[in-house]
Design a protein around this ligand. Sequence first.
Ligand code: ZN
Length: 77
Amino acid sequence: MFAVDLVTFSAILLFGIFVFAGVVRWYYDRRDRLLVDHRRYRTVFYCIRCGKIYSRARRREVSVCPHCGLENTRMKF
Ligand SMILES: [Zn+2]
């Protein structure tokens, strides 16, 4: 058995806690990414010509307005 002073023990304990927290965070981030259904995402657009708000499936930057045909960029919140 070897002797460990309090500072070394605390450093090892903190390092272990950080590594454990990192692994837990990685696991839950990965699980959330796998469980999310990307088909349910909708992107909201506001037409600057006719003033209508409409949405399209999935995430996209531009979309054509179904009412007047103008291409609009997505709304950013
Ligand atoms: Zn429009």
